[in-house]
Design a binder for this molecule. Structure first.
Ligand code: ZN
Length: 329
């Protein structure tokens, strides 16, 4: 079949090409409803390639131009190969792997998809991967009733995590970002305190808000060395640092407090816990979305036709108000 897909042809060079593709016997053909742009997609667009091209950890193919990409998407199964057992035409599914989702149709193997929960809105199920990963992080963050929690980075994931930990009973959630608009939106959605770290020293702000103790739990969702360092500095004695981001460049940290203050480090990357764990956790992580306990729709700030992906990438890259940019084929 003829498929229209976006591919990178160089640093910040992207175009939509037509390809003739033939699904294999173990592949499922999905008609894309929408596809999301995430931080790692922006990194690839900007020429920041993970060591070893991310191969064996996350991405499906080694990196070279032209590179077809995209990993967040959902849609409807239109065809299955003869060896496929778990899916059939008409099923609503969510991509959970690098299956080149910036396409009008994408092909995936059984283990690269999760079935969408019945009744989930099509735009939200198209973001099943980033929502599922962020909710998983919040659920596994060890946040307890009454905790003070700092979330460093209020992009899509940080916003979702902040909502989850608040609903879990955090006494106060402090969001740190450099963009006022993201902090304002988060406050509308329940964040207690927003600190713009380009104007106010975030460490002093967190200490002030926690009576000088530091936060019980700090969650890293910005993906920078400064953010990780802030986690190390702003958590209380015996507190918990939660890692969410995938940082692919070398960074330098002072981790003296890991030892001296007996910190607990929790890694919350759902897609790396193994496929069996993913099958168990995805329905659990999406349940509060279906129940209306989390407010995700306002985080979709831009919706752009796939044909204008260059514009969409620029927006995701440069517009400080962009939280989640989605592409529609
Ligand atoms: Zn992603």
């Amino acid at each position: 079949m003829i498929v229209k897909s976006a591919c990178l042809t160089g640093i910040q060079q992207i175009e939509v090409r037509e390809r003739e593709l033939f699904p294999a016997d173990d592949e499922i053909v999905v008609k894309t409803h929408a596809a999301g742009i995430c931080g790692q997609d922006k990194n690839l667009f900007n020429g920041i390639i993970p060591p070893s091209g991310g191969l064996n950890t996350e991405m499906k193919t080694a990196f070279s131009y032209p590179y077809f990409f995209g990993h967040e998407a959902g849609g409807t199964v239109i065809e299955v190969g003869k060896h496929v057992r778990r899916f059939q035409p008409g099923d609503k599914v969510m991509a959970f792997a690098w299956v080149e989702t910036y396409s009008d149709y994408f092909f995936a193997k059984e283990d690269e998809l999760e079935p969408a929960p019945a009744g989930l809105d099509m735009d939200l199920l198209s973001l099943g991967e980033p929502i599922g990963c962020a909710v998983f992080s919040g659920l596994c963050s060890k946040v307890q009733l009454g905790d003070s929690v700092a979330v460093i980075g209020m992009g899509f994931a940080g916003q979702v995590i902040a909502q989850v930990v608040k609903r879990k009973g955090a006494h106060q959630v402090i969001g740190i970002d450099v963009v006022d608009g993201k902090l304002e939106l988060a406050k509308k959605l329940g964040l207690d305190h927003g600190v713009n770290s380009s104007e106010t020293d975030p460490l002093s702000a967190i200490l002030d808000l926690t009576g000088g103790r530091g936060a019980d739990v700090v969650i890293e969702s910005a993906g920078t060395a400064e953010a990780v360092q802030l986690c190390n500095d702003a958590v209380r004695h015996n507190g918990v640092i939660v890692f969410y981001s995938w940082i692919t460049r070398d960074i330098t940290l002072n981790i003296s407090r890991w030892h001296n203050n007996s910190l607990e480090i929790v890694n919350t990357g759902l897609v790396h816990h193994g496929i069996d764990q993913r099958h168990i956790w995805v329905p659990q992580a999406l349940r509060p979305v279906l129940q209306g306990q989390l407010d995700i729709k306002p985080l979709i700030t831009h919706s752009v036709p796939l044909a204008e992906i260059d514009q969409a990438m620029q927006t995701a890259n440069e517009d400080p108000a962009a939280i989640k940019v989605i592409l529609r084929p």
